[in-house]
Design a binder for this molecule. Structure first.
Ligand SMILES: [Zn+2]
Length: 243
């Protein structure tokens, strides 16, 4: 699956600050976006959207592309010919008009110097190697900045079970040897390895709680049913953190 970088400059885009904030606070999806490299875009590819121009810049969305590209009339004031769009579904949103720490173009350039993170054509494909590095950086950034989710400066689509790319999911699960961090259970430990999609698996999940240091925790199917409050109490007690 490929990863595309979308650019957004609210000062010149028909997707204005007002529209962003409306979508952010009502959990609405942005709809579609224009793609410069449109030939190979596929349903299921990933995207990052980067705010550029004036103000606080950096990554404001990560999610999934849910169509291939189609040609349509230009909805920007430039009225260009042959503009290609694809439908996008953000799974994580960061509000740049908030206190949320941002993954800025400067930070991105430091980690991935071979790409212009400050702007240019929207809808450019990253190499697989760069996409892996960016995913790694992004999910570490989210995990370390849970406060922005609690404060309402960032949001995620809690109904989407597909929040983590496979490689990140494996990395997170490896941290606990595939065990549930609450009860210690391992389906694999009891039944052996099963790739059957119907076989219960431990999954990285999001718990946004004041009591915890991180955002991501590995949970079994049963613990996932327990209200967050009790999971947070249990996890903060076992990590020895007091606050
Ligand atoms: Zn469990």
């Amino acid at each position: 699956m490929a990863t595309y970088i979308l650019f957004w400059n609210p000062a010149i885009s028909s997707y204005t600050k007002k529209r962003f904030l409306h979508d952010f606070f009502t959990n609405n999806s942005v709809g579609n976006w224009s793609f410069h490299e449109h030939d190979e875009v596929e349903d299921g590819d990933s995207f990052y959207m980067i705010r550029c121009g004036e103000g606080r810049t950096g990554i404001v969305m990560r999610g999934e592309i849910t169509s291939s590209c189609y040609e349509d009339t230009d909805w920007s004031p430039k009225n260009r010919k042959s503009i290609f769009y694809a439908d996008i579904d953000p799974h994580f949103n960061i509000n740049p008009w908030s206190e949320a720490p941002m993954l800025t173009p400067e930070i991105l350039t430091e980690v991935l110097p071979d790409f212009n993170w400050f702007g240019g054509h929207s809808g450019r494909r990253l190499s697989n190697d760069m996409a892996d590095k960016l995913d790694d950086l992004w999910f570490r950034y989210l995990d370390a900045n849970k406060a922005m989710f609690i404060e309402g400066d960032a949001s995620y689509d809690e109904y989407n079970s597909n929040l983590f790319p496979e490689k990140i999911e494996r990395q997170l699960l490896d941290k606990t040897g595939g065990r549930c961090e609450v009860c210690g259970y391992s389906y694999e430990g009891i039944f052996g390895k099963h790739d059957d999609e119907h076989f219960p698996q431990i999954k990285p999940s999001i718990i946004d709680s004041h009591y915890l240091n991180r955002l991501f925790y590995n949970l079994c199917k049963n613990c996932k049913q327990v209200p967050y409050k009790y999971l947070a109490q249990k996890l903060s007690a076992s990590s020895g953190k007091q606050d």
